[in-house]
Design a protein around this ligand. Sequence first.
Ligand code: ADP
Ligand code: ASP
Ligand code: MG
Length: 455
Amino acid sequence: MSNSLPTAINVAKFGGTSVANFAAMKNCAQIIADNPNTRVVVVSASAGVTNHLVKLANTPLTQQQIHQVVEDIRNIQLSILNDLGAPNDVAEKLNALILSMAELASHEELLHSDELKDSLLSFGERMSSLLFAEVLKQTVVKGENFDIRKVLKTDSTFGQAVPDLQSIKSHAETLMKPELVDSVLVTQGFVGADQQGKTTTLGRGGSDFTAALLAEALDAQSCEIWTDVVGVYTTDPRITDAARPLPELSFEEAAEMANFGAKVLHPATMEPALRKNIKVFVGSSREPEKGGTWIVRDCADEPPYRAITRRKQQVMVTVKTPKMMHAQGFLQQVFTIIAKHSLSVDLVTTSEIAVSFTLDNPANSVAEKLNRDTLDELREFCEVVVESDYDLVTVVGNNMHSAAGVSAKIFSSVDKYNLRMICYGANPHNMSFLVHQDDSSNIVKQLHRNLFEQV
Ligand code: ADP
Ligand code: ASP
Ligand code: MG
């Protein structure tokens, strides 16, 4: 590695499966060694660890059960430590982290404190980054573990913290940039700190967002998202074997895909990339030689439809008031409450006496979005019906509304299913359907056949 700052910095992020064990970490270290521009490495927690931590944070457990979950986490990390040859300094730091994690897991206020939950969730990335920095050192690259809480400043919305861009920029300039001259910083995705220094998290899957935020703050030229698939596909390859990787995508298309459920990218990942025109690469850390997807501002080709996404576990809320016909301001009242509770609404339909809207309600989210307070407030002035078991299927593309024949092709693919809501996006990049969860896989497969598998 040369002892100067490269003119084109690359930030590389490695997801949970990429840092699941020592062998997977070695692949990642090789990818870093192969690109001298990579100076910042963002890691997720080792696969499974965050789910274990969420379980500890959200479920009432006996001491015995808590102990068992902590042991499961410990075993994942110790196996990596052992494969590393258990160097003393790393072993000591890891044991100290595991001890603090175990203490927090038994804290009697844990289940009631979002602040404590975030502290607990941060341990996954703190442990994986400690171990990965050591793997990197043993490769050839001088890797240093860096505590991202010094830089990634956020507000105090525990569980879904909002980054403070200016503060991140200035801290990255002073605390990270000088270090990049002769080392690669290995840091934690997903984790941040509020103004008082309290640990926050960015929401599930947030490590992609961390990488993009750091790329923006450091004026990087590129940001790589290394995961378990060889790029962004026409649809989730777990839904159909016919899904195929896309060589190139526009920022807007990728942003829509991420927002509408393509788990390969956290929904906010494209925001910093768009602001600063940073190219984003998505590839597989197991098979880097297979290439991947480049997400760029100006794509050579912007077809009417590019991909199909699915977001599971959507909730439809219908609020009804017989007074709505006369009561101006009803909608405003409903949406004021939604805004107050920071709920993000996707689809909305209105009739004379009712308004229905959908909310994302993902599994394992730290903050249950549709909380009791919101419903209680709505019930004060209207009748509220909550229905679950829905998935949102979205076709993502370009100028879908005006391209001739596109709607017909899409609708003919779904006409035998019961669609609860249909929505042309407010922008020309998406068209969404709310469908029963039992139908969604078949709908995605059928759409994929009609849109992508016919010549
Ligand atoms: P990581 O742990 O590396 O962040 P994730 O599990 O969060 O990985 O994201 C990768 C997964 O995203 C893939 O295994 C795949 O099942 C899923 N996925 C959903 N939609 C897409 C898509 N359109 N293209 C590629 N992968 C997708
Ligand atoms: N470890 C966190 C999660 O599982 C963040 C991430 O992997 O991006 O949600
Ligand atoms: Mg992810």
